[in-house]
Design a protein around this ligand. Structure first.
Ligand SMILES: Cc1cc2nc3c(=O)[nH]c(=O)nc-3n(C[C@H](O)[C@H](O)[C@H](O)COP(=O)(O)OP(=O)(O)OC[C@H]3O[C@@H](n4cnc5c(N)ncnc54)[C@H](O)[C@@H]3O)c2cc1C
Length: 287
């Protein structure tokens, strides 16, 4: 089922989950266990990220197609512009179309390891907006995109850029947007209101990152431009070596965050699971 139909028919906020393609067979075994464990929460769709190159890209393809064939869940394949010519992108999209995949999350992507700046491949595409247009022309897929309530780290005019490009993503064919994770809901509400004022009408779904390892979140957040409120630093710093305590507090923080988002009319919640089910399940039990 296409994302645009899933959202247009939804009577209540939709829950979705995200996985990454593991690099090892053991990791992949864990992933399938995690998918089975999360299935009872009836995610509206499950998305699988796309690596910067090599075997993980094949793994994305294989995982989404297996989800489609074997689980009864609706997969969304992430796709980036990194290292791909338009001919290669076209071939992968054709492959997906012939295998009945309906949904793509279209991204520019991060620079591959060892490169500090994104550079378009010769014969490739430069921005997510271009990839969205490219996919939309195929007239088959429903398209999701990413957006950044705190601004993408490379945006030169801060959030104003992100709103402008979100509108362009919508104009180029995106049906919905998923946000980078954030911990301060007010930042999200300001962004959503400004996006609406700029003519954005597509569903903007908050991305939720339950904190299960604080040091890891501090590292991730530094890279992707998500800020961690001082209050969370103060709560987490004294206990960060005790992963059980961190997980318990991280789940409580996420429950409060999700409850406030749901009572403020978000169209859904998208959980970054990091291929682990425990925190996402615990949060959903409370919602
Ligand atoms: C929900 C979500 C899922 C993700 N999944 C993956 C994944 O699977 N694989 C992966 O490698 N990365 C993933 N990422 C990370 C993402 O690839 C990076 O944040 C990347 O740096 C930007 O991708 P984008 O699609 O947002 O790019 P863009 O929307 O192209 O934005 C990148 C920068 O370019 C600017 N920009 C955008 N459009 C234009 C334009 N038309 N002209 C000029 N400037 C423009 C923006 O302001 C921004 O600063 C994900 C991020 C999110 C939020």
């Amino acid at each position: 089922m296409k994302l645009r139909d899933i959202f247009s028919k939804a009577e209540k906020p939709l829950l979705s989950v995200e996985f990454f393609p593991p690099k090892t067979d053991k990791g992949e075994e864990n992933l399938w266990t995690c998918i089975q464990e999360l299935k009872p929460m009836h995610p509206a769709y499950v998305s699988v990220t796309y690596g910067a190159g090599g075997t993980t890209q094949d793994r994305t393809r294989n995982i989404v197609l297996r989800i489609k064939e074997q689980t009864g869940l609706e997969p969304v394949a992430h796709l980036t512009c990194v290292g791909a010519t338009q001919a290669q992108l076209n071939a992968l999209l054709e492959d997906y179309r012939t295998h009945g995949l309906d949904n793509i999350l279209a991204l520019r992507g991060d620079p591959p390891e060892g490169m500090d700046k994104f550079e378009a491949t010769s014969g490739g595409l430069s921005h997510a907006t271009d990839l969205i247009e490219f996919i939309h022309q195929r007239n088959h897929f429903s398209i999701a995109c990413a957006t950044y309530p705190e601004g993408h780290p490379e945006s030169t005019h801060g959030v104003a850029d992100d709103i402008q490009y979100l509108k362009l993503k919508q104009d180029n064919g995106a049906d919905m947007a998923v946000t980078q994770y954030f911990f301060d809901n007010d930042t999200f509400f300001r962004f959503r209101d400004a996006a609406h004022a700029a003519g954005v009408t597509l569903p903007i779904v908050p991305g939720i990152m339950p904190i299960t390892n604080f040091e890891q979140i501090v590292r991730f957040s530094g890279m992707c431009g998500a800020s961690i409120p001082e209050k969370i630093h103060q709560q987490m710093s004294p206990i960060q070596q005790n992963l059980d305590d961190v997980k318990k507090l991280g789940i409580d923080i996420a429950i409060s965050q999700c409850q406030a988002l749901l009572s403020n009319g978000v169209p859904g919640l998208h959980f970054y699971t990091l291929n682990k089910s425990e925190a996402t399940l615990a949060i959903n039990r409370e919602l």
